[in-house]
Design a protein around this ligand. Structure first.
Ligand code: PMV
Length: 330
């Protein structure tokens, strides 16, 4: 019986969170913690999912009822993606899916996007429907929008293309297509500190949307400033101009603070790393918790690591610029 295994990487937002949802660019890098999906034929009308990392064992659903009602969060991305895939490419056989995660979903490193992308790739190989990266993106982004309502798709693009990319979301209204531009970076000397608090991305996006409705001039002004920083950061990354990049991170953080998406725990880790000699520090992702990044020269790495830990953070040891979605040997 045919068996397919794929994997996709997690991600870290470097610059441009929140404004990317509103059509501005961002910079994101893929990390070397991966989520793998294995698919085999099930031989009944039932789709079965085993995801022990998410506390799911032998979750099953009649194929006719896929993604019909509100789904538990753990299964929503995979089940919705399967429904959308079958609507486009009807199939006779159903599948048993096994998911394995190298990182806990609490860190906010993109386990939902990695699982959606690894699953979509596995479906395309299992059913022999060749999908290129753009088609994979379209299927996965539609899945995320159905589940979450609003999202830029930066994490989906990162899981598909891997590496470090400059990304602009597709625009439904203007029909402008997305931009995915790989950036040639060799080093990304960031430390990643986890606050211990799980943030809810959709809630934070809505908070920013509400703020924008209330104070459009203020928020649009902040987005415009973030966009300037993203463009400068892109060049600084390529040129390895670390002092400049650090200062751009600090400026970003101050704008994100004005958007009210930072938190006490993030601020504590950011301040501690700056005091210990980091070149710059900022939150990464939606804010409210999850992770922060500190840019450090080699000489300061140890002192900044210690400072983040003493301030209550957990250092997450990840390599960046990792490979995008791929087929795995079984
Ligand atoms: O919380 P994360 O790591 O999934 O990042 C969210 C980034 C946002 O820009 C706030 C949302 C998005 O979809 O781009």
């Amino acid at each position: 019986m045919q068996k397919i295994k794929t994997s996709a990487p997690g991600k870290l937002m470097l610059f441009g969170e929140h404004s990317v949802v509103f059509g501005q660019p961002c910079l994101v890098t893929a990390v070397d913690r991966r989520l793998s999906i294995t698919i085999e034929e099930n031989g009944s009308d039932f789709f079965v999912l085993d995801a022990p990392d998410l506390g799911l064992r032998a979750y099953s659903k009649n194929i006719k009822d896929l993604a019909k009602e509100n789904l538990p969060k753990e299964v929503s991305f995979i089940e919705t993606c399967y429904r959308l895939f079958l609507d486009r490419y009807p199939q006779q056989t159903t599948i048993h899916v096994f998911s394995k995660n190298e990182f806990t979903s609490s860190y906010g490193l993109g386990s939902s996007s990695a699982s959606t992308v690894a699953f979509a790739k596995a479906l395309s190989d299992f059913y022999q429907i060749p999908l290129d990266n753009d088609q994979l993106f379209e299927l996965c982004y539609e899945t995320v929008l159905k589940v979450q309502g609003v999202a830029s798709g930066f994490d989906i693009a990162s899981a598909i293309w891997g590496g470090t990319i400059y990304y602009v979301t597709p625009d439904q209204k203007t029909k402008r297509s997305k931009i995915v531009e790989p950036i040639a970076v060799k080093n990304l000397p960031f430390l990643v500190g986890y606050t211990g608090i799980k943030a809810d991305t959709a809630t934070l996006i809505r908070m920013v949307q509400n703020l924008q409705n209330e104070k459009p001039n203020l928020v649009d002004g902040i987005f415009a400033e973030i966009t300037v920083l993203v463009e400068q950061a892109k060049r600084a990354l390529i040129e390895e101009n670390w002092p400049l990049l650090g200062s751009l991170m600090d400026q970003s953080q101050s704008l994100l603070r004005q958007l009210q998406v930072s938190s006490l725990e993030l601020e504590n880790l950011i301040e501690a790393s700056q005091k210990a000699g980091a070149l710059g520090a900022k939150l990464s992702g939606a804010g409210g918790g999850d992770c922060m990044l500190a840019l450090t020269a080699r000489e300061q790495r140890e002192s900044v690591t210690q400072a983040i830990s003493e301030a209550g953070g957990k250092i997450i040891d990840v390599a960046m610029n990792a490979e995008g979605v791929r087929l795995e040997k079984i």
